[in-house]
Design a protein around this ligand. Structure first.
Ligand SMILES: Nc1ncnc2c1ncn2[C@@H]1O[C@H](COP(=O)(O)OP(=O)(O)OP(=O)(O)O)[C@@H](O)[C@H]1O
Ligand SMILES: [Mg+2]
Length: 245
């Protein structure tokens, strides 16, 4: 018999959602959602407000109860944050989730404080995102785009294998969005699997290898950016809404 050699497509997904459903009381927030993200891939999760995008992240991170399976590198995802971090997961929050009274350096240090190489990691990450000049400033004193960079630095300082970004371009101008795109691409090229929630359609279509579209908790489309963009169901549920908003 011919045994096919392993191809990237047959490699074990870094993140694998299988028939994931989440209910909040009577509300079905996610209904039978299945997709995966492979090492080095950028997958975007888009859909209108309330479609269930953040709930996907919360299910992956063990923050909401779900039916179905979430797997990381082929094994069931742990529920505790420390265990998820140990498995290489890192996420940014839709709100920034920073400690406003702490400095930039202190915020970025938090996820790695217990490691022996914490100072080196933090220093390298601050340099990479051009935050060094701001390192000693309290986050509360920074303009919003700089705070977004701090949140990204905090997510990247653990050197994640699986990165979940919830609206990283939200509130940013064109130049900052372009810089963000370069950072996300670089992280993916190093082998990290990236799952990106974003309303900014041009940014998503430009950056992603695949796009998953949610509407009322259901996957209504899944594919290459160009195919998804041209899908009439997507236009109706999401892009059309944005165009007339
Ligand atoms: N903890 C919760 N308890 C009850 N309902 C919730 C909870 N979290 C989310 N929901 C509801 O689940 C649905 C999906 O919410 P979710 O935050 O995942 O949407 P989203 O796609 O991230 O939207 P947005 O683009 O506005 O961020 C919404 O109807 C929301 O009100
Ligand atoms: Mg959300």
């Amino acid at each position: 018999m011919n045994v096919p050699s392993p191809s990237p497509q047959s490699a074990i997904p870094r993140l694998d959602l299988r028939a994931v459903s989440v209910a909040f009381g009577g509300l079905t927030a996610l209904d039978d959602v299945s997709f995966d993200v492979r090492p080095g891939e950028i997958v975007a999760l888009i859909g209108p407000n309330g479609a269930g995008k953040t709930t996907v992240f919360n299910a992956v991170c063990g923050l909401v109860r779900h039916r179905g399976e979430v797997r990381i590198d082929g094994a069931p995802a742990p529920r505790r944050t420390a265990d998820l971090t140990a498995r290489g997961l890192s996420r940014t929050l839709q709100g920034l989730g920073l400690f406003a009274g702490l400095t930039v350096r202190e915020n970025v240090l938090l996820p790695v404080a217990a490691r022996h190489d914490a100072d080196d990691r933090v220093g390298a990450q601050l340099r990479a995102l051009e935050l060094e000049p701001l390192a000693g400033r309290p986050v509360a004193a920074l303009p919003y785009p700089d705070r977004k960079r701090v949140a990204l630095a905090r997510a990247l300082v653990t050197d994640p294998r699986l990165l979940l970004l919830d609206e990283p371009a939200g509130g940013l101008g064109a130049d900052d969005i372009a810089e963000l795109g370069v950072v996300v691409r670089t992280v993916a090229q190093a082998g990290c699997a990236v799952l990106l929630v974003e309303h900014h359609v041009d940014f998503v279509m430009d950056l992603s290898d695949r796009v998953v579209v949610l509407d009322f908790g259901r996957m209504i489309a899944h594919g290459a950016p160009d195919d998804v963009r041209d899908d009439p169901r997507v236009e109706e549920a999401y892009l059309g809404l944005k165009a007339t908003a």
